[in-house]
Design a protein around this ligand. Structure first.
Ligand SMILES: *Cc1c(COP(=O)(O)O)cnc(C)c1O
Ligand SMILES: [Zn+2]
Length: 402
């Protein structure tokens, strides 16, 4: 392990890097790994390198001999001239995170967290999630042959349970307050030596930095003006921002983009705190949105996202389920099938263009965080059309239509 520390995002108190409790003893805000101020990209062939190898200067551990990579990251950056034209922005890019081993960006943070766990000698890992994070941790736990425990809520539907169970973790449906479970898991982790790689723990945030690193490379080290991130716990937004900041401090890019924290209006605790001019996020009552992956009513990194976006000159925006579904369809019409949460950035962009908060000169990057097959129930909300005809009439049928 390189010589570095964890530092409180709020009061700046430092803690040893091998600490796994992710929050500050003084102020209870999230910790992060101290910022890297000198480093470079390790040249190599990305068909052979892993993200942790290519960006090794920006991680305090080296990928051990026990490589657990499933070839996460190095996802496509897709340029859409058509949607840029329709929405009247200079250029528009989608970072398609559905192209990860378990079909969401979570794999970046999981590979980073599992490597940290292995470097400290942990034999047990875990997480609290009902969705993408559970699937990701279960997959990497299986790959690394670690004992893996996943806490989910008792009323999780079977179609979400089975894609976790297939990797064979200790999968526990917990009856009780789901919000408490985050803190319960950390207490149990401490007692049983289980490394909980939850939503916004420092090394999960570290993994998300690689989204920024790849985008810098893909855009010739000229980052976009805006990055739009669908935000729940806040871990991914923090990581992507930290990635750009570290590349800037290392002289690899000249500017850090402005960040847009995009939430669903049915669960928008961070946007609400901002619009009410609060320093702190409070629990969002009765969350309800089709974008389940961003439905955390009390985000553990909410206060930090508020602080960072304010400093960064960024924007907070909430979009309705109708706007999200419209964006999901629009994105599919460009060839990218995102789950509802992954379509939130495009919905946010459409709204911010109407409100003139993003203008025609701007280059915009949307983070498409997860793939559409993750949540096929959303398809029922679309009025999708098919045609039917008898085989003897088929040629004629097609002739009339194409
Ligand atoms: C986890 C997740 C998010 C939210 O990320 P946070 O780091 O919790 O803010 C957004 N979209 C998808 C698809 C996710 O799985
Ligand atoms: Zn603190």
């Amino acid at each position: 392990m390189k010589n570095t520390n964890l530092i409180c995002t709020n009061c700046k108190k430092t803690f040893p890097i091998d600490r796994i409790y992710p929050r500050c003893d003084s102020c209870a805000e999230p910790l992060e790994v101290q910022r890297v101020t000198s480093g470079t990209i390790i040249d190599g062939d990305i068909l052979r390198q892993t993200i942790l190898e290519r960006y090794a200067d920006f991680f305090p551990f080296s990928e051990g001999e026990r490589t657990i990579s499933l070839r996460e990251g190095f996802t496509p950056l897709v340029k859409s001239s058509r949607l840029a034209f329709e929405l009247r922005v200079k250029s528009l890019f989608f970072k398609n995170e559905s192209q990860n081993p378990t079909w969401s960006f979570k794999d970046r943070g999981t590979v980073s967290g599992v490597n940290h766990a292995l470097s400290l000698g942990y034999e047990r890992i875990g997480t609290v999630s009902s969705g993408n994070m559970a699937v990701s941790v279960a997959a990497y736990g299986a790959r690394a042959k670690l004992k893996t425990v996943i806490f989910v809520s008792v009323n999780i539907p079977p179609e979400k349970l089975d894609p976790i169970a297939i990797y064979d973790p200790l999968l526990i449906r917990v009856d009780g307050d789901y919000g408490d479970l985050y803190f319960q898991s950390l207490a149990i982790g401490k007692e049983r030596d289980i490394y909980f790689i939850n939503s916004d723990v420092p090394f999960r945030v570290e993994g998300s930095k690689t989204i920024a690193f790849e985008v810098c490379e893909e855009m010739n080290f000229e980052p976009p003006d805006f990055v739009i991130v669908p935000t729940s716990s806040g871990g991914n937004l923090r990581g992507i921002m930290k990635g750009f900041e570290e590349f800037k401090d290392c002289g690899l890019i000249k500017k850090v983009p402005r960040f847009i924290c995009a939430q669903a209006s049915g669960c928008a605790p961070i946007c609400k705190a901002y619009s009410e001019n609060n320093e702190k996020v409070s629990p969002f009552q009765d969350p309800d949105t089709i974008a389940h992956a961003i439905e955390n009513p009390f985000p553990p990194s909410g206060n930090e996202v508020l602080r960072r976006i304010r400093e960064n000159g960024g924007i907070f925006v909430a979009v309705t389920d109708d706007e999200i579904l419209r964006a999901q369809k629009r994105l599919a019409e460009e060839g990218i099938f995102a789950q509802p949460a992954g379509a939130v950035p495009l919905a946010a962009l459409a709204k911010l263009r109407e409100d003139r908060k993003i203008d025609e000169e701007n280059t915009v990057l949307c983070i498409v965080t997860g793939g559409g097959l993750k949540y096929t129930a959303a398809l029922e909300k679309h009025n999708l059309k098919t045609a039917e005809c008898r085989i003897e009439n088929l040629a004629d049928f097609v002739r009339k239509r194409l």
